[in-house]
Design a protein around this ligand. Sequence first.
Ligand SMILES: Nc1ncnc2c1ncn2[C@@H]1O[C@H](COP(=O)(O)OP(=O)(O)O)[C@@H](O)[C@H]1O
Ligand SMILES: [Mg+2]
Length: 301
Amino acid sequence: MNASLDLQSASQRIPGNFGASHGQEPVLTAHDISITYEVEPPVHAVKNVSLTLHRGEILGLAGESGCGKSTLAYGLNQLLKPPALLRSGDVTFHDQGGTDIDVVGLEGDALRAFRWDKISMVFQGAMNSLNPVITVRAQLFDVFTTHRPGMSKKEKEERSQELLRQVGVDPSRLDSYAHQLSGGMRQRVMIAMALALNPQVMIMDEPTTALDVVVQRGILRELMRLRETFGFAVIFITHDLPLLLEISDRIAVMLRGEIVELNSAANIYARPQHEYTQRLLGSFPSLTGDRGAFIRTGEAI
Ligand SMILES: Nc1ncnc2c1ncn2[C@@H]1O[C@H](COP(=O)(O)OP(=O)(O)O)[C@@H](O)[C@H]1O
Ligand SMILES: [Mg+2]
């Protein structure tokens, strides 16, 4: 297969993101995050990571398996569980109203109220993380019951239908169980659940990795459209750098627990600074040609 052609045709299906300008207003700031798994010997999974997520942007987080992407994502959302330990650092969520929230300091009810409402997450392996014994409707209703206790049954039903429509799934699927849905549909339902409370940030951990390429494209296109409509910011995690080049505003490249490069997608593509990024780019054949041409013409990617 000619990978270059493949990327070009991909660009016709996903609205390109190069040149898209999103504000510089931060929605989430992480400073000097270090996370260790307290096992013997300890695993230093995340080392002194700092990053800023801007309102409405898609920040790609790339890096090979085991480099610490998921651990960092859990740290950003105060989801770490032993033996994982946050050794240092702070995470600040800059809420829409102007209030700053110290995410690391949250616990109990305050943490429960924060999670999913402000930052939602599509977990790695989410395709298999729907509850198999209750319907899609019951799972969406659970989110509302927990976070929006005032909502009536009718409102929940209407909102659930609306959410499925937004992710391109027929509302009749509210009656389905996970095993009755295709992999792509399950992933769309997970995205609907992540959208349910209108979060300002969505963290997606390898959301489409297990999917067929065509299905993946469809879902990503939907995600880009939803982001345009609702303005949430996304941290999109994958080991697939070519995919990130297509959808991200900026990309952070992670290597052995550290962010070794963080730049606009266009710069990562045209002028990768770190040797590891260069290697990642060099490892797919479409980029061995004239790199600049793709970006100048606005085609491909
Ligand atoms: N529960 C755990 N106990 C010990 N080490 C872990 C645990 N979970 C992850 N790790 C280690 O932490 C490092 C980072 O893992 P992870 O964040 O899952 O990487 P990625 O998401 O980039 O694949 C890896 O070396 C992994 O083996
Ligand atoms: Mg992971």
